[in-house]
Design a binder for this molecule. Structure first.
Ligand code: ADP
Ligand code: ADP
Length: 234
């Protein structure tokens, strides 16, 4: 699904852009279809920079990134937007739901952008809400839902375009322990159904849910290992 080769990213800052920050220093790895990967590392280690590149929100400075066989680093901004819409579902720490808008309409939003007609939109959004166990809450606005339910709505929104890859940036960062487990169980369930799931987390307890852990330090991968994962049957 993901082939990253010698990815670098450099930021220039300060007066005359004299300060150079090497956010990624030549990172190479593959992530196969259906993997469940946690990306860890201290603040400033390059996780967000990497996720922005994997999510086709930003381009690497040098190196290559192939997503599902497509060369991303040569794409125009329009082509990148199309890849994002077609192949990737995004989940954020702060859910990023529209506040005065129902769960159903929030989930429909990517389909509005994709130009899907209203009837099909509704059906697919309801189906997606069903997959996260919230079909009964379709009319609720975010403020009428718990934090965990809001994140599940956000996951339903990420799924509605039938992406091949879900990228989750600190998806449990705003949730308490019990609710975090609920969200991780859901991501694990998506993985079991064949979805490729890549998440960033600071928390070891959360990373334990994944089947592979990649640790970043100073823009490099310092550990990349398989693990049993905390997937419970049920
Ligand atoms: P993490 O997500 O692990 O905290 P980041 O990818 O955000 O790491 O940052 C990696 C390095 O790049 C840090 O030193 C950070 O300060 C720097 N950096 C990230 N984004 C920018 C930017 N837009 N401009 C300048 N420096 C940046
Ligand atoms: P903007 O407010 O300019 O859209 P964002 O950082 O919110 O900036 O998003 C940048 C791009 O990231 C968007 O153009 C979109 O393609 C993608 N994106 C952001 N959020 C989502 C989402 N929830 N689902 C799909 N794509 C998203």
């Amino acid at each position: 699904m993901i082939e990253a080769r010698e990815l670098t990213k450099t930021y220039r800052m300060g007066q005359d852009e004299a300060t150079v920050v090497h956010a990624l220093r030549g990172v190479s790895f593959d992530i196969g279809a259906g993997e469940f990967v946690a990306i860890m590392g201290a603040s400033g280690s390059g996780k967000s920079t990497l996720m922005n590149i994997l999510g086709c929100l930003d381009q690497p400075g040098t190196g290559s990134y192939r997503l599902a066989g497509e060369n991303v680093e040569t794409m125009t901004p329009d082509q990148l937007a199309a890849v994002r819409n077609r192949r990737i579902g995004f989940v954020f720490q702060q859910f990023n739901l529209l506040p005065r808008t129902s769960a159903l309409e929030n989930v429909e939003l990517p389909l509005v952008y994709a130009g899907v007609g209203s009837r099909e939109r509704r059906e697919r959004a309801m189906d997606s809400l069903g997959r996260v166990g919230l079909a009964g809450r379709w009319a609720h606005t975010p403020s009428e839902l718990s934090g965990g339910q809001q994140q599940r709505v956000a996951i339903a929104r990420a799924l509605v375009n039938r992406p091949e890859l879900v990228l989750a940036d600190e998806p449990t960062g705003a949730l308490d322990t019990a609710t975090s487990e609920e969200v991780m169980r859901l991501l694990g369930e998506l993985h079991r159904q064949g979805m490729t799931v890549v998440l960033v987390t600071h928390e070891h307890d959360i990373a334990e849910w994944a089947l592979r852990r990649m640790v970043f330090r100073d823009g490099e991968v310092i550990d990349d290992s398989r693990q049993p994962g905390r997937m419970h049957p049920q």
